[in-house]
Design a protein around this ligand. Structure first.
Ligand code: PHE
Length: 343
């Protein structure tokens, strides 16, 4: 038995020596199972102790355990060395150069419509207007009825409407927001409402079935056409520059009386006439007027006591003229090559 132990001890040591250069942890684990595990020869030897005479049993048992212990300690040392070596290797191969420049995230930019809208909001907020939101899906009542356009009114033909049901539609004008505001707030009211509007128009360089308006509304005691003129002139000067001229032409909208259309002198040619203004020197940018007394009354505001003005500005036209964009479709196609010019 002693011989068997010696032999085993020698073999184990040799096997371990062979593994000395090996830093593979897996191999070392295999060795542990083979040599020291439950089915190993060391264990077998321990089991066979039972067959020995009792007086030798104790000494033999201690020897086996000592031998086993020694192998185990040597193995642990190898494992520690292997771990250290593999950590070192990892440190070498996974070295990070912290002086290298980082990867830049691509920079986004605002859509030109949003750039103009942000300026727009700035200008009106500085004049004391607040910004409200209105639904894009509207009822016939808010989009037409309450704006003094009853069902059979010929003015409905001015705007080709996308109907969803008999009473639901995609709003054709942000003017619908006027009613919602006047129904829920009491004067003094000073608000703008930017948003998308929809009309069944053929698409071409100046028309799109989806476009953007900004509605403005002021209601207070003693508001006159002069106030409307002052506000719009101020706005035009801030958007297009102080030398810009503003022209008011009589017009018609069912919900304003009197009504005007407002032109600004063409920023591209200064009024001399060019391709952008189609040779006339003026560009129409908005419709406006004094809120019709019937519209005020319908919202529970006494037209004897209060007066108001409203305007609706086409944001797309404002954007194309400001950036000298020749085709409105560019604003909707989201071609990155186009959009990147504004970021
Ligand atoms: N809603 C009108 C349009 O879309 C513009 C407008 C707004 C006119 C407010 C007068 C007052 O054409």
């Amino acid at each position: 038995m002693r011989e068997a132990l010696d032999k085993l001890f020698r073999e184990a040591k040799e096997a371990l020596e062979k593994l000395a250069a090996n830093v593979d942890r897996k191999k070392l684990e295999e060795f542990r199972v083979q040599m020291l595990g439950k089915k190993s020869r060391f264990t077998e030897l321990l089991h066979s102790l039972g067959k020995m005479p009792p007086e030798e049993r104790r000494e033999m048992g201690q020897m086996i355990n000592r031998a086993r212990q020694e192998i185990e300690t040597a193995l642990e040392a190898r494992i520690t060395a292997a771990n250290a070596a593999s950590r070192q290797e990892k440190l070498q191969t996974e070295r990070i150069d912290i002086t290298m420049p980082g990867r830049q995230a691509p920079k986004g930019g605002l859509h030109p419509l949003n750039v103009v809208l942000a300026d727009f909001i700035d200008i009106f907020q500085s004049m004391g207007f607040d910004v409200v939101d209105g639904p894009e899906i509207e009822t016939d009542y808010y989009n037409f009825e309450a704006l003094n356009v009853p069902a059979d009114h010929p003015a409905r033909d001015m705007q080709d409407t996308f109907y969803i049901t008999d009473t639901l539609l995609l709003r054709t004008q942000t003017s619908a927001a006027q009613i919602r505001v006047m129904e829920t707030r009491r004067p003094p009211i000073r608000m703008i409402c930017p948003g998308r509007v929809f009309r069944a128009d053929e698409v071409d360089a100046t028309h799109s079935p989806v476009f953007h308006q900004v509605e403005g509304l002021v209601v207070d005691k003693g508001v006159t056409m002069c106030d409307l003129k002052g506000v719009l002139e101020q706005f035009a000067h801030e958007i297009y520059g102080p030398e810009t001229k503003v022209r008011f032409r009589p017009s018609f909208f069912p919900f304003t009386e009197p009504s005007v259309e407002v032109d600004v002198s063409c920023a591209a040619c200064g009024g001399a006439g060019c391709r952008i203004c189609k040779g006339v020197g003026w560009i129409e940018i908005l419709g406006a007027g004094m809120v019709h007394p019937r519209v005020l009354a319908g919202c529970g505001i006494d037209p004897e006591e209060y007066a108001g003005f409203a305007f609706g500005i086409g944001l797309d036209r404002l954007t194309t003229t400001r950036y000298k964009i020749s085709d409105i479709r560019l604003l909707f196609e989201n071609d990155k090559r186009f959009l990147e010019q504004f970021s």
